[in-house]
Write a protein that binds this ligand. Structure first.
Ligand SMILES: Cc1cc2nc3c(=O)[nH]c(=O)nc-3n(C[C@H](O)[C@H](O)[C@H](O)COP(=O)(O)O)c2cc1C
Length: 216
């Protein structure tokens, strides 16, 4: 059986990337351990109109918040979809320990605050701690930053994390697949994250699969 995936959503713009990734993991029936930072709650409210009542949000509410961009987010999911939502302060969660085996962790989107905390090894919340664990156990850690322009400190933190084994996968959609919607742009990035997690999904056309991308 495939190992679980850890997904953290932090307070960078682009919360729809995290929500769509959650949906894809659930559709794949992949056990997912979800942590949401308090700042992510503010961004979710602003961008998708969802109000989270506590540090442990309701998964159905999260999915339906992305329904205006991806109508399928409100559709049926396989019964084996399992999401464990952890409070960002709960250091007793399994994902805080190296003995809890996973297929990897994605931080999507990743704020500069979370990125710098991980780069400096500050396990100030469960997200930082789980990321630290993935690095020390030499497991896949995919960091999806969303910030522009980037300052020297932010670039240095990214270099530190890349040298430590993390994959820096900026939320930078391509345009060569001729996107028609926000959903197409989001899926471009989510597909790259799934590639890193070795999850087989077809969300966006791959360069080289068609002779050439056609204008629709
Ligand atoms: C609406 C909104 C959008 C934000 N966008 C970004 C962003 O794109 N990138 C970023 O690094 N921080 C952004 N921030 C600031 C972070 O949320 C803030 O630095 C916070 O401390 C990050 O905490 P966290 O890493 O624990 O989620 C945004 C905040 C708000 C309220």
């Amino acid at each position: 059986m495939s190992r679980p995936v850890v997904l953290a959503i932090t307070g960078a713009s682009g919360s729809i990337y995290g929500i769509r990734l959650l949906h894809v993991l659930m559709k794949q029936g992949r056990e997912t351990h979800l942590v949401i930072s308090p700042a992510a709650g503010q961004v979710l409210e602003r961008e998708l109109g969802v109000t989270l009542v506590s540090g442990k949000p309701d998964v159905d509410t999260l999915l339906s918040s992305g329904g205006s961009i991806f109508p399928e987010l409100t559709g049926e999911l396989p019964p084996q979809s399992k999401v464990f939502v952890h409070d960002y302060r709960d250091y007793s969660a399994g994902i805080a320990s190296g003995s809890f085996r996973t297929a990897g962790m994605a931080i999507c989107p990743c704020s500069m605050g979370t990125l710098s905390s991980i780069a400096q090894g500050i396990s100030g919340n469960l997200i930082h701690r789980a990321a630290d664990v993935h690095l020390k156990e030499r497991r896949k850690l995919i960091i999806v930053p969303r910030e522009t322009p980037l300052g020297s400190i932010q670039l240095a933190n990214m270099k530190t994390l890349s040298d430590a084994g993390a994959v820096i996968l900026p939320a930078m959609p391509g345009f060569y697949h001729l996107p028609q919607s926000i959903a197409d742009l989001v899926d471009f990035v989510v597909a790259r994250i799934c590639d890193q997690l070795e999850i087989d999904v077809t969300l966006a056309s791959r360069w080289g699969e068609d002779d050439q991308f056609q204008r629709r």
